[in-house]
Write a protein that binds this ligand. Structure first.
Ligand code: SIN
Length: 281
């Protein structure tokens, strides 16, 4: 079996055909998919009728399962979470701010797999932003301000009791199984410019949201710099807009792209199953 990889024509992302993900994949096919994933940052596999077992098996080809600290898995599964919003739900869209998954962990995930089960006819696109490109094309004056700096990451703004999904969200009718915890207030440092462990290329890592400050920098100055950086790293020229269909599997590289969910499907159900590819560090 050989795969066909068709680039999106945007800043990252490619479509993959010529593989049936409900079957076991051989080493050379997995190596081809891995190479395409690393090259394009985001891969979409349309027309894949796969079960939760298949989703877990596919994920495990690329590393150990990562830890999903603040979302409970679906019943009967340890490694699958549901990204879900029901037609009558009025809660805010989950993960609508730009981020890289669980960047507040000491060994953040290498990647994420997301499988579309119920997909609305319109809306609910996922946006990605290529962080190699954002760094390579960054004005030297901005780069000089972040070079050698370490960002302070935390999940507090989302998952602490005072966060977006905390007390203020109670009663919103959110169908996602979010786990709010004081542990989300923990902080951890990562360089703002990180070397990708598989390509050796430098990339921006993370953005304001899970990044709450910059080590050794006064808070107002850090917030101002992080906002300016966010504007740059999520600029249109670095983006890929992913349009879903049901039975489509998407995998992305958390070390080289940012992503965010979008709304626009009010009154319609949306359900996807997600797994996390752990760090290979
Ligand atoms: C996510 O960040 O995993 C959610 C993406 C989406 O719902 O489009």
């Amino acid at each position: 079996m050989t795969i066909t990889v068709t680039p999106s024509g945007q800043a990252c992302g490619a479509k993959v055909s010529g593989v049936d993900l409900s079957m076991e994949l051989g080493d050379s096919l997995v190596a081809d998919i891995r190479a395409a994933w690393i090259e394009h940052g985001v891969l979409a596999f349309p027309n894949q009728c796969i079960s939760d077992d298949d989703l877990e098996r596919f994920t495990a080809y690329f590393g150990n399962f990562g830890d999903d600290p603040f979302v409970q898995p679906i019943p009967g599964r340890e490694h699958i979470i549901a990204i879900q919003r029901n037609a009558d739900e009025t809660s805010s869209i989950f993960a609508e701010a730009w981020h890289t998954d669980w960047s507040f962990q000491s060994n953040p995930p290498a990647g994420t797999c997301l499988y579309g089960i119920t997909i609305p006819e319109s809306g609910g696109d996922t946006l990605f932003a290529n962080q190699y490109m954002a760094l390579e094309e960054m004005p030297s004056t901005l780069r000089a301000r972040i070079e050698g700096r370490h960002a302070i990451h935390s999940a507090a703004g989302a998952y602490a009791p005072e966060g977006l999904y905390g007390k203020a969200d109670a009663g919103s009718g959110r169908s996602m199984r979010v786990k709010v915890s004081k542990v989300a207030r923990d902080t951890l440092l990562h360089p703002l410019i990180k070397v990708h462990p598989e390509t050796g290329r430098e990339s921006l890592f993370g953005c304001i949201g899970y990044i709450i400050g910059i080590e050794g920098m006064e808070q107002d100055a850090a917030s101002e710099l992080l906002l300016e950086l966010h504007q740059w790293q999520t600029s249109q020229q670095f983006q890929y807009r992913h349009k879903w269909s049901s039975n489509m599997l998407v995998m992305w590289d958390n070390r080289s792209v940012l992503h965010r969910a979008t709304g626009g499907y009010e009154g319609h159900d949306r359900l996807l199953h997600r797994t996390t590819i752990g760090s290979q560090a």
